[in-house]
Design a protein around this ligand. Structure first.
Ligand SMILES: CC(=O)SCCNC(=O)CCNC(=O)[C@H](O)C(C)(C)COP(=O)(O)OP(=O)(O)OC[C@H]1O[C@@H](n2cnc3c(N)ncnc32)[C@H](O)[C@@H]1OP(=O)(O)O
Ligand SMILES: CC(C)C(=O)C(=O)O
Length: 565
């Protein structure tokens, strides 16, 4: 790269529009949408679509709700010509859909285009020529008058052909191609000249499409260009002002949004932004951006995965996993603080609330995605995410301090492997850590009786394997936990106890959580999981004791005094 890029590149001159109004506008209604997947998208593919893929894409576009679809450039390729014929002859165009085709301002190509459209009920003929300073100079070698002449002659030609086929309801679209590199006064001048031929009316408006053929500046400049154009073009009421942004600077969506605020009526773009170079503007993102502002976009992406898979098949191009609204990872949080906030957001949410879940700008279910992958765990994750997965997939609600303790167990594994852990793997780590029966003290059965004369006192007889040897311990207390602490005779106290059921009906089990503290003031949890709630509590105490023994936090003195063979 150059140390001094200004020797090779220059900045885009601002548009003189100090009283611009677009910055304070709000998008409150969708534009007229036109899909150009089958033309601009298609012409950028490594392998342009064959008839079958075109048909699949067309059906998807219709199902999504597009009412205007640019189906190709029939004068350019036989495939496009044949596809156009197929749609017309087989009557495949729904009544409320209008097909559009592109053609250069060349009479022979225009003639072929009308051949392709013969018999159509309705059609938009879209003609274009490049108007930018650079293309005038290097491609056409013509001045403004010469370029205007090309456009005006083409306008006459498309009109004449149309007049010869009154059975079709014709509409026209003109694009001063490379508009963003065209002086604004010239763009207005050439469009006025074309309109003088086409003679649009408020009832039969012409589509004037102002493409950012190459995105050359910040999106506010595009908005200024649109507002400036609309203030100066003649007969605004006879024009449908259309945008056709590309994404060379990565701001195609922003440019389209600001362009709409600047007064545009219509947007041409493609699904997921396929198209020349960095693509056309992504209509899915545009539509769902509107949706998340509470505006019905008029396009239906309720099953966004299906749309994505069809687009990938037709374009033979993958969609990036981080692509807005659709990428495989866009509804996934790996990082701990995000997971924590999402978990709390879901917990706080009530039916009918405005959607306000941190880090999730849209409810994944609105586009047919599930909450399945919202939280995934790796070394960047925290307790909230782990707790969320265990709760969602296994119905386990861990006490907060256990979440902290267990997250360290998970973290040790993710740090060591560098890999993601599935919720199944987390559950098996949880079982290994808390529920395994391979500790020093293994539960073998119990009996609990209330003392006849002292109702609050319970007596516990507990069968155990202590270090592999059978033992029968006895203890008393004001409940099973108190009694097992007494029976074990070890130096620890119980700090907290919680229990909840997991599952419902006859398959339900109890999960008990016991937190103990040792003489050295170490605290740690044990978990018990059993059909019987008392057994679950006893198991939880033994789980905590075993974990403390394993860590050398308790004296491992077998309670011989009370043990019996
Ligand atoms: C920004 C866009 O996306 S515009 C759409 C671009 N899409 C495509 O090009 C895809 C389909 N195109 C094609 O298949 C071919 O280009 C065709 C069939 C249309 C034309 O092919 P060809 O005639 O072989 O030539 P080619 O495309 O190289 O034409 C360039 C010639 O057309 C002229 N030309 C280019 N665009 C236009 C236009 N819009 N109007 C009039 N003339 C034009 C050029 O000045 C050049 O003229 P020259 O031959 O006198 O130098
Ligand atoms: C033909 C025009 C509209 C075009 O595709 C472009 O400028 O990108």
């Amino acid at each position: 790269m150059l140390q001094e890029p200004s020797t090779k590149y220059r900045s885009f001159a601002p548009i003189p529009l100090p009283d611009r109004t677009w910055p304070s506008k709000v998008i409150s209604a969708p534009p007229m949408w036109c899909s150009v997947d089958l033309r601009d998208g298609n012409q950028a593919l490594i392998e342009p679509m064959d008839g079958a893929r075109k048909r699949r894409m067309f059906d998807l576009l219709v199902k999504t709700g597009f009412k205007e679809i640019e189906i190709g450039f029939p004068a350019a390729s036989q495939t496009d010509f044949d596809f156009c014929r197929e749609l017309i002859e087989q009557n495949l165009i729904p009544d409320d859909v209008t097909v559009q085709v592109l053609v250069q301002c060349r009479p022979e190509l225009i003639a072929r285009t009308y051949e392709a459209l013969k018999g159509a009920r309705r059609a938009i003929v879209h003609f274009y020529n490049s108007t930018s300073t650079v293309q005038r100079r290097v491609v056409f070698g013509l001045d403004r008058a010469g370029i205007t002449d090309i456009a005006v002659k083409a306008a006459q030609c498309v009109r004449e052909h149309a007049d010869r086929h009154p059975e079709t309801e014709w509409r026209f679209e003109y694009s001063p191609e490379s508009f963003t590199g065209t002086e604004l006064d010239f763009a207005v001048e050439i469009c006025d000249a074309v309109n003088a031929v086409l003679q649009p009316t408020p009832e039969r408006r012409v589509i004037i499409n102002l493409p950012a053929t190459v995105e050359m500046a910040t999106p506010n400049i595009y908005a200024d260009q649109i507002e400036w154009f609309l203030r100066h073009v003649k007969n605004r009421d006879c024009i449908i002002l259309s945008l056709h942004p590309h994404n060379d600077r990565g701001t195609g969506v922003a440019a389209a949004e600001l362009g709409m605020m600047a007064g545009a009526d219509r947007v041409e773009g493609t699904l997921f932004g396929n198209g020349e170079r960095t693509g056309n503007v992504d209509v899915v993102t545009l539509a769902l951006n509107m949706y998340t502002q509470g505006v019905n976009p008029g396009l239906d992406f309720s099953n966004i995965n299906e749309a994505a898979r069809i687009a990938e098949h037709c374009n033979q191009l993958p969609i990036h996993p981080r692509h807005p609204y659709v990428g495989d990872l866009v509804f996934t949080a790996f990082s701990g603080s995000h997971q924590d906030a999402i978990k709390k957001g879901f917990a706080a949410r009530r039916d009918g609330d405005i959607w306000e879940i941190p880090y999730l700008p849209i409810d994944p279910r609105d586009v047919g995605r599930t909450y399945e992958s919202v939280i995934r765990v790796n070394s960047q994750s925290g307790k909230g995410g782990i707790a969320y997965l265990l709760e969602r997939d296994y119905g386990i609600t861990m006490p907060r301090r256990l979440q902290i303790e267990f997250s360290q167990v998970v973290q040790a594994v993710t740090d060591a492997t560098g890999k993601e852990l599935s919720s199944e793997q987390i559950w098996s780590l949880f079982q290994k850590e808390f529920l395994a029966d391979d500790g020093a003290y293994v539960y073998g059965g119990h009996q609990l009786t209330s003392l006849r004369d002292q109702h609050e006192i319970e007596r516990l007889s507990l069968k155990l394997k202590c270090h592999g040897q059978g033992a029968l311990l006895h203890g008393e207390g004001n409940g099973p936990i108190d009694a097992i602490v007494d029976a074990l005779g070890l130096r620890f106290d119980v700090l907290s106890y919680e229990e909840h059921s997991v599952g419902t009906g006859s398959g339900a089990k109890a999960m008990a959580f016991v937190e103990i503290t040792t003489p050295a003031r170490a605290t740690l949890f044990g978990v018990g999981y059993h059909e019987n709630i008392v057994t679950a509590s006893l198991l939880a105490v033994l789980s905590a004791v075993n974990r403390a023994l394993q860590r050398g936090l308790l004296d491992d003195a077998m309670p011989v005094a009370t043990a019996q063979g």
